[in-house]
Ligand binder design. Structure first.
Ligand code: FNR
Length: 185
């Protein structure tokens, strides 16, 4: 059966560069992969009181069900104040609890960081990786994916036309697919 890749984007902005890059990357997976965006915009801010089943917001159950169905997670994130945007960190937290029910564990993951600036959201990329270590996500190490000056890479319609950029994106997806296949053995 097809492998399921859940895409998590660390920006809710309508015209988000991260969302546009996520769409481009999703289009580079081979046949046999279902790549779908997981909506994290409706998740209430995590509160440990919600670990009590009777108090958990309705949005949590659906999100956790969706996470449990995935084979792998692709994280595309901008950087806010040199770290991971709260909306994405919140999603990590919601998916990691109640204690003993970490839904990220043992799944494959890949991190792509995006910025219109020169520093390519390195800080967000590595803060995210720090959490993924603890969450026991089997994260792709190489190639690392730091996307600087992202606004210069995207055409008006959200496409990427520079062949060198497309080749780089394809190399990320190919390495991620190889990791997923290796973990499935
Ligand atoms: C930013 N931005 C930003 N950029 C960066 O490279 N490093 C940073 O630390 C920050 N910090 C930051 C904080 C906050 C609160 C905002 C709103 C923005 C700029 C950011 O990269 C830019 O807004 C991107 O366009 C956000 O990504 P999306 O929404 O286009 O995906």
């Amino acid at each position: 059966s097809n492998k399921k890749i859940g895409v998590l984007v660390g920006s809710l902005r309508t015209e988000s560069f991260s969302k546009k890059i996520a769409k481009v990357l999703a289009g580079l997976f081979p046949a046999g992969y279902d790549v779908e965006l997981i909506d994290i915009s409706k998740l209430e801010i995590y509160n440990q009181d919600f670990d009590d089943e009777n108090r958990a917001p309705a949005s949590y159950a659906e999100f956790r069900q969706t996470l449990s169905e995935q084979d792998a997670f692709l994280f595309i994130t901008p950087e806010y104040n040199r770290s991971v945007p709260a909306v994405l960190k919140n999603a990590l937290d919601v998916g990691s609890r109640p204690y003993g029910h970490n839904l990220w564990a043992k799944k494959a993951g890949a991190v792509v960081s995006v910025s219109p600036g020169n520093l390519s959201a390195f800080g967000a990329n590595h803060h995210l990786r720090q959490s993924l270590v603890f969450l026991d996500v089997q994260t792709l190490q190489q190639p690392e994916a730091y996307i600087a000056n992202v606004h210069t890479l995207l055409a008006e319609d959200g496409s990427v036309t520079n062949q060198g950029t497309i080749d780089f994106f394809q190399s990320i997806v190919d390495a991620f697919v190889a990791l997923i296949e290796q973990l499935a053995k």
